[in-house]
Design a protein around this ligand. Structure first.
Ligand SMILES: [Mn+2]
Length: 214
């Protein structure tokens, strides 16, 4: 059994499925997805529906998933499409009211952060950035979902984030997982591959820290 982490699929169903094949993902493995399943790409809702039905996949909340949850509360209002990315809205329109309600229930259940143990090490998983000590409530939420993590951050334990494409720190092409001190950023920009040279989908196996790319 292995533990894997990915982030920021942003509707990229094709590369997600390719990655599952590449890592030979099986029912005895577990996959953590650190948020931002939807928007920017065409299949975010399809991905959400799929991930929701897997008992060995755990999704954490990203800012785009939170915006989707907020938008769903306004789905039947006039101008509702303004709440959504156009591709996400088009997918939502294909669902029944019951399916949209189930989706909202799933989204509202997502954790903001998790600690995962693998290979004798604890990892703190969060979409955007850990909150500084003493920061709570809405301010903490802002860190978890929206903040840009500083490349100079000094964390006591390994922290794995997405949200900020690693092109933010390095000009490696193709993009690669970025590690500095205890910070590990795994967003290699699969959502931006048409505009960001070297964008790809990364997956990290926590048991041995092996990196996979498609
Ligand atoms: Mn994000």
């Amino acid at each position: 059994m292995s533990i894997y982490v990915m982030s920021d699929l942003h509707g990229d169903w094709a590369h997600f499925k390719l990655m599952l094949l590449k890592i030979r993902f099986s029912s005895s493995d577990h996959l953590y997805l650190i948020g931002d399943i939807v928007d920017r790409g065409p299949h975010g809702i399809k991905l959400l529906q799929f991930i929701r039905q897997q008992n060995n996949m755990t999704l954490l909340m990203g800012n785009h998933d939170m915006m989707l949850l907020q938008g769903l509360a306004h789905f039947h209002e006039s101008g509702a499409e303004d709440w959504f990315d156009p591709q996400t809205y088009a997918e939502l329109c294909q669902l029944s009211d019951m399916e949209r309600t189930q989706l909202a229930q799933y989204l509202s259940s997502l954790p903001l952060f998790l600690t995962v143990s693998a290979g004798g090490q604890d990892y703190f998983l969060v979409h955007a950035c850990p909150a500084p000590d003493g920061v709570t409530g809405a301010d903490a939420l802002e860190y978890f979902l929206w903040a840009r993590v500083s490349p100079e951050s000094q964390f006591v334990k390994p922290v794995i984030v997405g949200h900020t494409p690693t092109a933010y720190y390095q000009d490696t092409i193709p993009l690669r997982i970025w590690r500095n001190n205890n910070l590990i950023d795994i967003d290699c920009g699969t959502a931006y591959r048409s505009i960001l040279p070297g964008g790809c989908l990364a997956c990290l196996r926590l048991d041995d820290n092996k990196e996979f790319y498609v």
